[in-house]
Design a protein around this ligand. Structure first.
Ligand SMILES: Cc1cc2nc3c(=O)[nH]c(=O)nc-3n(C[C@H](O)[C@H](O)[C@H](O)COP(=O)(O)OP(=O)(O)OC[C@H]3O[C@@H](n4cnc5c(N)ncnc54)[C@H](O)[C@@H]3O)c2cc1C
Ligand SMILES: NC(=O)C1=CN([C@@H]2O[C@H](COP(=O)(O)OP(=O)(O)OC[C@H]3O[C@@H](n4cnc5c(N)ncnc54)[C@H](OP(=O)(O)O)[C@@H]3O)[C@@H](O)[C@H]2O)C=CC1
Length: 492
């Protein structure tokens, strides 16, 4: 159990076996896993906000893929100094405070409230923060937590035009959800949602967005099955033109509408980047507006700009010695046991960078699935370290999998779903039924290496098996995606 000890200079210090910092999915999962593995040890979850994130309604979608809800829970006791135990497992003590310094030699941390807390094992799960195209400009905002959505909501109420920059998860969600004002979506690629999908799937989604009623259940469009080599895909692309991160469906809990109900589709500026921004006072509207110049020379005047341009790992505390950081994305480097460069300090979730030799079908992406998996792995590793046990990395790190929704349709991404790191030597097998489904298989040397399932996600388990087993699918030819053959039964 935790105990108070003399912290030097007459300051009382606390001591816990496990200290976990961060109340997002990674930190909470880590604390809960730690409590399961070592229920008798003292565990502190330290987080700067009294709202924590927990996973609920965990539901298997395939053998290794899960979908789940992320719930916001308020810590029962929010008075600051005192502790609370009743939201999480009984063994977990929570404190609302911020990490300020880590002394890895003496194994203690200092918090903003000037507490000194000794640990035997520390796990850092401090998440990420939006990487904005320009900092410290009130007319350029990012989306991360509930507070930032409230800022967005307030601005929307008095705005006519917004510029949305980015082509990943947040921009795709906002482009679909923002209604009632003019949205200029500035996209650096030649298709939408490029972090998740290829140009073909983007075209499929644009058709869905352009159709007045979206997806219709009695649509009688026929399925088209196509096989393409990598060079054909490139040719066709070129020829055509404070607090934890939010939970799934966050946009359903907020009214994201402007005042003009006749506008419901974004204006998309492909292959465009923001070149410069300039604030100016508009006397007619009696407010400060933002003039945005694109690299194409176009100028857009807007009320504000949403920069949905990725996340940076978040650590605004000092440490001695310093953590080893990844050169490219500046995350805290962790090995396959989620251990940092210090053997008693672990890290998980958006703040860390996977620096181990990755499995053939897995790569890191800052998503809550991975925050949960890493948090759980860190909890198991720390407790095994403490108990002197040997454990192995969890099987979930064998295969990349992501379950989500884009533009109102269910989406499953598996393995190297966009041919990531496969060079140019792969083929794509495609089945698409406009408005209903878009199924893409990435094949290399006859083996399935990745898949995108949109609209129809029934093939998820079969795809998992085929990717992991590496079965040669050459004998099946294009029948593997023939809608008239129940290939699923064959492989189950
Ligand atoms: C708008 C939005 C939509 C998203 N949608 C999806 C989606 O549909 N699917 C998906 O898979 N992922 C989605 N993500 C990404 C996902 O939310 C993150 O990958 C995941 O939440 C990361 O969890 P985490 O615990 O590592 O970090 P966070 O959730 O950021 O939690 C970090 C925690 O650390 C605390 N903290 C930070 N610094 C300190 C400090 N110094 N002291 C104490 N506490 C501190 C914070 O208050 C917070 O509680 C979305 C993200 C955003 C912003
Ligand atoms: N449904 C889901 O699963 C969702 C997941 N998320 C996750 O939340 C996190 C934050 O989302 P988000 O901010 O959208 O981050 P993402 O990493 O998903 O996307 C960032 C996008 O911005 C582009 N970009 C980066 N810098 C610039 C720039 N200076 N100008 C123009 N474009 C730029 C990136 O291009 P490039 O990649 O070429 O650098 C990329 O298209 C991510 O981890 C994301 O995966 C968020 C919402 C929904």
């Amino acid at each position: 159990m935790e105990k108070s000890i003399e912290g030097g200079g007459g300051v009382a210090a606390e001591q816990y076996t496990f200290v976990i910092v961060g109340g997002g999915i990674a930190g909470v999962t880590c604390a809960e896993t730690t409590a399961i593995c070592c229920p008798k040890e003292s565990i502190l979850l330290l987080t700067e906000s009294n709202i924590i994130k927990t996973v609920a309604n965990l539901e298997p979608v395939a053998r290794y893929l899960y979908k789940f809800d992320v719930l916001e829970r308020e810590l029962a006791n929010t008075t600051g100094n005192s502790e609370s135990r009743n939201v999480l497992a009984p063994a977990i003590v929570t404190q609302v405070d911020s990490l300020q310094h880590v002394d890895a030699k003496e194994k203690f941390i200092i918090t903003t409230k000037k507490k000194k807390i000794y640990y035997k094992y520390l796990c850092i799960c401090t998440g990420g923060r939006p990487r904005l195209i320009e900092k410290d400009n009130p007319l350029i905002i990012g989306i991360r937590d509930t507070d930032s959505v409230l800022v967005l909501q307030n601005k929307l109420a008095n705005s006519k035009t917004v510029v949305l920059v980015g082509n990943g998860g947040i921009a795709s969600e906002l482009a679909y959800e923002l209604k009632g004002l003019k949205v200029h979506w500035v996209v650096k690629d030649n298709h939408i949602a490029s972090t998740f999908i290829d140009p073909g799937a983007a075209y499929f989604f644009q058709q869905v967005m352009d159709s007045k009623d979206g997806v219709t259940s009695n649509d009688t469009s026929e399925s088209i099955v196509k096989r393409l080599r990598y060079d054909e895909i490139v040719a066709s692309e070129n020829s055509s033109k404070k607090g934890a991160a939010l939970g799934p469906d966050w946009h359903r809990h907020f009214d994201l509408k402007g005042s003009n109900s006749s506008i419901d589709k974004p204006i998309i500026h492909f292959k465009s980047l923001v070149k410069s921004t300039e604030e100016y006072f508009d006397a007619e509207q009696n407010k400060t507006l933002l003039k945005v110049e694109l690299n194409t020379g176009e100028i857009i005047v807007c009320d504000f700009l949403v920069s949905a341009t990725g996340v940076d790992p978040r650590y605004d505390y000092s440490s001695e010695p310093k953590f080893e950081l990844d050169i490219e994305d500046h995350g805290i480097k962790v090995n396959e046991m989620m251990q940092t460069s210090n053997e008693y300090i672990y890290a998980a979730g958006d703040v860390c960078t996977a620096a181990w030799d990755k499995a053939e079908h897995w790569f890191q992406m800052r998503l809550w699935t991975q925050a949960r998996q890493m948090g759980s792995m860190a909890g198991r590793s720390m407790t095994a370290h403490h108990l002197g046990e040997t454990i192995y990395q969890d099987f979930c790190f064998e295969l990349f999998g992501h379950v989500t929704q884009l533009f109102g349709l269910p989406v499953i991404l598996l393995g190297r779903y966009n041919g990531q790191c496969l060079g140019t030597n792969y083929e794509i097998l495609l089945r698409t039924t406009p408005g209903h489904e878009y199924i893409k298989f990435i094949l290399q040397d006859g083996k399935l290496r990745g898949a995108i399932l949109i609209g129809n996600t029934e093939l998820a388990e079969m795809c998992e098996n085929l990717i992991l087993n590496g079965i040669d699918l050459t004998p099946f030819g294009d029948d593997i995606l023939n809608p008239d053959i129940d290939i699923d039964d064959y492989f189950d």
